[in-house]
Design a protein. Sequence first.
Length: 316
Amino acid sequence: MGKASRDKRDIYYRKAKEEGWRARSAFKLLQIDEEFNIFEGVKRVVDLCAAPGSWSQVLSRKLYLPAKQSSDSKNGELPLIVAIDLQPMAPIEGVIQVQGDITNARTAEVVIRHFDGCKADLVVCDGAPDVTGLHDMDEFVQSQLILAGLTIVTHVLREGGKFIAKIFRGKDTSLLYCQLKLFFPVVTFAKPKSSRNSSIEAFAVCENYSPPEGFNPKDLHHLLEKVGSPSGADDLDCSSGWLEGPNKVYIPFLACGDLSGYDSDRSYPLPKDADGTYQSLDPVQPPIAPPYKRALELKKASSHGIRELEKLSLDS
Ligand code: SAM
């Protein structure tokens, strides 16, 4: 799809470029905030799976930059924003970057060290694996990322804090809901207007972190297994069956963002210049080391190799 064509079919992609966001995902966080007021009183935040960085940009613009301009900065009380991803990210003002895997305990330790004994008010996680198209598999891998996020939450989030995590809706959604409810009395699954209806993605908005009394983060997995096991795991007892019949869980599900605003599943006409043409903007910040970079290098190298071989056979 050409840039102009994508601009037409994906209003949030175009708006992201116009407003200086690195990715259209920025609108998802902004729309979640419109509904849930997630930034109120937030001074310390962790952005898990942050690259290319549009959520970190939102955090910087909503929390860091206003504080820097206000009197708070004179007291040295600037908000702390720590962003983690497997991929490196171009710098963002007020955002500390950690490159690492959130499923790795050492990454969690690095994050905790940045907080220097203090706790975060908010943890956000927009993590997504490379989608395979196999729905159950994608949902399972996604749930593992959320559980890695929850592990970090149990170490860094203060009581009363919030956790926002991307989920893939599927047959284990009720199980995930019950697992999150162990730690948060209020859990809502939200679908921002900028997230396409055709996408199985939604966001768990978990409020008022309250771990069970006497909870030790080391017991997290044991505790979660007590609630149930993902139905895709064949060595487990699939006890999520208790979520059926009279015990069925009803999950609060909410559409958010200005519902009369832009619809991510619609095409919109492109704004024309005075001379009647449309100028498509370049992306704000192309990824600096995207996972497909190596594939492109290999493809380039192999086509170069083929050309060299062709030259040799012509010469001989
Ligand atoms: N919130 C980001 C933004 O607004 O720019 C977009 C995040 S993107 C949808 C998903 C990210 O998850 C990718 O950058 C990917 O590298 C990251 N990711 C996937 N698995 C991860 C893992 N195990 N540890 C850290 N990051 C991971």
